[in-house]
Design a protein around this ligand. Sequence first.
Ligand SMILES: [Zn+2]
Length: 380
Amino acid sequence: MSIKNKHPKRIIKIIIILCALFSISFLYIKINPFFGGNPDIVSKKRIIHSENYDGTRFKNLLPTQTIEKGNIMRILTVAKSQLFPSPTKNPKGKIKSEKLEVKAIHNGDFVWLGHSTILFKTNDKFIITDPIFYNAAPVPFIEKPFEVTNKVLTKDLPYIDIVLISHDHYDHLDYHTIKEIASKVGLFYVPLGIKGHLQRWGVPDKKIIEFDWYDEIKLEDMKFVFTPSRHSSGRSINDKCKTLWGSWVIISPDIKIYFSGDGGYSNEFTKIGEMFNGFDIAFMECGAYDKLWKNVHMFPEETAQAIIDIHAKIAVPIHWGKFDLSTHKWNESPVRLLKSMNKYNNEQKKENKIIITTPKINEIINLNHLPQNTWWNNKE
Ligand SMILES: [Zn+2]
């Protein structure tokens, strides 16, 4: 065989291998329900007519680059930190969590289950936000949750009247979790476009209600409003921003709650704070930040500012304590948030000070019980 003929053969081989890999990936995404489904005709109509949709994708209220372009060195740093985390980056051993006591949850109680999952009861209804009980990736061996001493499974949950979803990223919407809880859920309130995912996973249409920004619904004495955040969506290779993302306002007769979902800092927090005249308690994204995606995830100092902007009396940092999704240490975000808030509070009159609470995973809190222990700082 001549040397001349060798190279074209090698190139053909590489092309065949690449085509095979592409086909396998394509089939995996098409066949595997994990990636979700497409909007039905009703959803599509609403999406097309949404003023937040540009004809192809949903868009943020501010021009937003989700990943800073051209920063190759930072991309490599992030990849290294994810693939080879330093020995001090993640919890050593199991995180000490409480035992989930569903029977002890009364109206006005909240339980942080880690990351952005909050189980709470108000007006005799059980509500859960972004329920995640497995790993945050389409394959089982990556983005595994940190181990905890008292692990909660979906079978431990009570009947859930309403599931609130903020967006369809893997760490907020999980196929296995939804499959397991769907039969004991009354209603799913989801951003526009996400109905298609739930339908593919067997959730009946009548249980799913889709929301555009500032859409609201009344349920008995409660009101739910889907509010904007500065973020993105997507579970597959060609579905970026095809479904909407956002935050939730829950107005119950006794309490006003804000759940931030994911998002970068923007002046929308001030708008939401003024629109609803502040909140009794806010669950605010505070974790998995990096300068590479600074427009779509807040640094803890920005979370502190957002808490001030939204006029929250009490705030709980979320989006931490469960997954290693960035470059920083697992417990860095509460340290930085508290430092920022303390600085603010030191300059405020007593009545204007904002309380930050960082409950243990599965610990019950309420407006009168806001634990101040810094369990995450435990050096043992
Ligand atoms: Zn997200």
